[in-house]
Design a protein around this ligand. Structure first.
Ligand code: NAP
Length: 293
């Protein structure tokens, strides 16, 4: 049976570290770290995600400030809130919850966020910093995957890694992080022919295609490490990923569960980016280098 790569447990452990760091340096900074969360429209899943992020902030001692704009908001209204957060000295991290309602283009809005307050690591400058191996806030989901691999003693160096999906949110930064950890990386997408041959060659397989249950045992090499980024609500209730976990658990050496794998790590890395920005602003030695890919 595959080793369970337990994101929930690691995230609880990392929250304790963050909480202790904040408590130890609160007096030096004169205030706790602050995260501003901006939600636009009424996408129900986004509402749940934002609420989870606010709860996580409360658990570690980060002050969260939520602003909810209506679905009819113009780009200028969203921009106004982002600029207000950029100027606010009590805000270290800013998150614009995606997806935005139809008619709002996320690109220019994400770029309007101060790159040093970019809690999601999606600003063009920060993606460039990742590409060049320079320090900066990292995209939360792939950074969470890297932390999960590292904490389970899985070193990508010299391994064949395959990332299924090439989104800016997950697939592309995931491939860059695995490559900078010295894996040899292939990226698959919807136009990839003979996907199974590629995935079967993977020693580390990260699936972020957004297709429920698309990867089964026949597409996985025995002994592979499989990371399931996908998250879907099943019609009959409950959640599932892009991987058919019941099958793949019998073939893979290690597998992330859904839920409880990558999801909790994504939220934790949002906190890490915020706390790191707070540390940089106040000259605090953070000791979180093991979490920065
Ligand atoms: P996305 O923007 O829709 O990108 C999906 C990618 O998968 C695209 O690059 C697409 O290829 C590729 N793809 C789609 N069908 C494919 C197929 N049959 N074979 C190979 N590649 C295929 O999605 P995303 O934002 O990256 O998210 C992916 C999944 O992760 C979703 O289920 C999302 O909910 C989940 N997610 C989870 C977390 C978490 O914290 N657990 C965080 C973020 C996202 P093309 O580029 O050719 O279209």
């Amino acid at each position: 049976m595959a080793l369970r790569l337990d994101g929930k447990a690691l995230s609880a452990h990392l929250e304790q570290r963050l909480s202790a760091l904040i408590a130890d340096h609160h007096d030096q900074a004169g205030r706790p770290p602050g995260l501003a969360l901006l939600r636009v429209g009424d996408d129900p899943a986004s509402g749940v995600y934002v609420a989870n992020k606010e709860k996580a902030c409360a658990r570690v001692g980060v002050t969260s400030t939520g602003v909810h704009l209506s679905a009819e908001s113009a780009a200028g209204d969203v921009l106004h809130e982002l600029q207000r957060f950029n100027r606010d000295p009590l805000v270290d991290g800013i998150l614009l919850q995606l997806p935005l309602p139809d008619g709002l283009d996320e690109g220019p809005l994400l770029t309007a966020i101060d790159p040093d307050k970019d809690a999601d690591g999606l600003h063009t400058l920060n993606l460039g910093r990742l590409l060049k191996g320079e320090p900066g806030p990292r995209s939360c989901t792939p950074a969470g995957v890297m932390a999960l691999l590292r904490s389970n003693g899985i070193d990508p160096a010299g391994k064949r890694a395959v990332v299924v999906g090439r989104s800016i949110l997950v697939g592309q930064p995931m491939a860059l992080m695995l490559q900078s950890a010295n894996a040899t990386v292939s990226v698959a997408h919807s136009r990839t022919s003979d996907l199974a041959t590629l995935t079967k060659a993977a020693e580390i397989l990260v699936v972020a295609a957004g297709r429920p249950g698309m990867i089964g045992a026949e597409q996985v090499s025995p002994g592979a490490v499989v990371v399931d980024v996908g998250i879907h609500r099943k019609p009959e209730g409950g959640l599932c990923g892009d991987v058919r976990a019941d099958e793949v658990a019998g073939v893979a050496a290690a597998l992330t569960p859904v839920p409880g794998g990558v999801g909790p790590m994504t939220v934790t890395m949002l906190l890490v980016n915020t706390v790191l920005a707070w540390c940089h602003r106040h000259g605090i030695a953070h000791g979180l280098d093991d979490l920065i890919s």
